[in-house]
Design a protein around this ligand. Structure first.
Ligand SMILES: Nc1ncnc2c1ncn2[C@@H]1O[C@H](COP(=O)(O)OP(=O)(O)O)[C@@H](O)[C@H]1O
Ligand SMILES: [Mg+2]
Length: 376
């Protein structure tokens, strides 16, 4: 199987290419700026010099927000022909903080309360009723540039006057108190690798580019589910999700389709490039297997014996049952394998020596119900 990494040739893409060489037969790295998309009567083709990218098995597209249109066009031209860890829409959505919010809202993922405004007057009217501080953001800002904090109506009004000069809509957002930290969670298939970033003194922006420092953290099950759900909403197998952990809830502030992995690797001491490379390989195999209708190629590694009775791909665990205050508590590894959301509706079937918990199937959904069984 062959992999093409199309990127701006930064250090992260280089690390991933090197790690991927252990899995793929051929790994080619192409500069995004040298790619051409041809559209004619027969269809479309993505070309780099004499290479047709449609002939690869997997194409991993990476690049910064200036290239969102180009990345989207390439992904549209390649969709269905090769495996890509990102859906074409994800490039445009992720590079616009408001579109990201709208998309996440659709899937019930928590986001700070946000207003999109264009007119100064409208913004000033809103500013009268805010609880301060509030956050101002330009739509396509990155590296912390374009994020401003106003701690009073006076500073909000002067920021609004300044933003008017840009002649483009901007965001006014609820301030989430995090003690000047944020969380970068990189979702890689079913794995989530995360670090907490702490802003340097005199800063509220915790991003590494704003001088923030990262350290490894293990996310709670609920926060991991938020990150995974955000990835799913964007139809992305590999994506970074930025979280703010406030006093009462965790919210997503943005997603990044092309996360840098140098800082994350240093902070977590994990082989992030290796994880990405093996996820790309595994998903490409699945894509090819599905394309060829050959289910035998599906990678079932890590999947234990099926416990039968309709539970395909089930994992089995022999464990001691924990019952506290009359409640059965399942081991976290089991909970994680179900992908259940907190508070989601489930059907529980009980008989002596046996319990089955099943996700309630949304009508018309093609997704297979998730189940967890406990039996003596
Ligand atoms: N609503 C908010 N409340 C509190 N802090 C925020 C909020 N939004 C952003 N920040 C801080 O500002 C930083 C940069 O904001 P972000 O939206 O991630 O923009 P960028 O795309 O520039 O990284 C975040 O990492 C976080 O530390
Ligand atoms: Mg950010």
């Amino acid at each position: 199987m062959d992999l093409a990494i199309v990127s701006l040739k930064g250090k992260s893409s280089e690390m991933i290419a090197r790690a991927a060489a252990k899995h793929f037969e051929k790994v080619s790295s192409f500069d995004l700026r040298n790619i051409r998309v041809d559209v004619n009567r027969e269809g479309s083709a993505v070309i780099h010099e004499d290479k047709n990218l449609g002939e690869y098995d997997c194409v991993y597209l990476r690049g910064s927000y200036q290239y969102a249109d180009l990345l989207t066009s390439i992904a549209i031209a390649l969709k269905g022909k090769v495996y890509m860890p990102l859906d074409p829409d994800s490039f445009l959505i992720s590079h616009n903080k408001f579109l990201t919010e709208v998309k996440l809202k659709e899937d019930g993922i928590p986001f700070p309360v946000t207003h999109l405004v264009y007119k100064t007057e409208m913004a000033k009217n809103l500013a009268r009723n805010f609880k301060y501080p509030v956050v101002f953001k330009t739509l396509a800002g990155t590296h912390g540039k374009g994020v401003m904090f106003a701690d009073s109506i006076e500073s909000a009004n002067s920021l609004i006057d300044m933003l008017e000069k840009m002649r483009e809509p901007f965001l006014i957002q609820e301030f989430i108190e995090t003690g000047a930290t944020d969380i970068r969670a990189v979702v890689i298939g079913q794995e989530v690798i995360s670090m907490q970033r702490t802003a340097r003194a005199g800063e509220l922006r915790a991003g590494i580019h704003s001088g923030g420092e990262g350290r490894k953290i293990e996310l709670s099950y609920e926060d991991k589910q938020i990150a995974k759900k955000a990835a799913k909403a964007l139809k992305a197998d590999i994506i970074a999700v930025d979280l703010l952990k406030g006093p009462t809830r965790t919210v997503v502030t943005e997603v990044n389709t092309s996360p840098g992995i140098v800082g994350l690797t240093a902070a977590t001491k994990m082989d992030v490039a290796g994880e990405i490379a093996s996820a790309l390989y595994k998903k490409t195999r699945e894509f090819i297997a599905e394309k060829e209708g050959n289910k035998y190629l599906l990678d079932l590694s890590g999947v234990g014996d099926s416990i039968g009775s309709g539970l395909e791909n089930a994992k089995e665990q022999i464990t001691k049952l924990v019952i506290k205050a009359g409640r059965i508590i399942l081991p976290p590894t089991l909970t994680e394998n179900t992908d259940f959301e907190p508070d989601e509706p489930v059907k529980i079937k009980i008989e002596k020596d046996r319990i089955e918990v099943e996700r309630l199937h949304a009508s018309g959904s093609s997704e297979r119900p998730k189940k967890v069984k406990v039996r003596r």
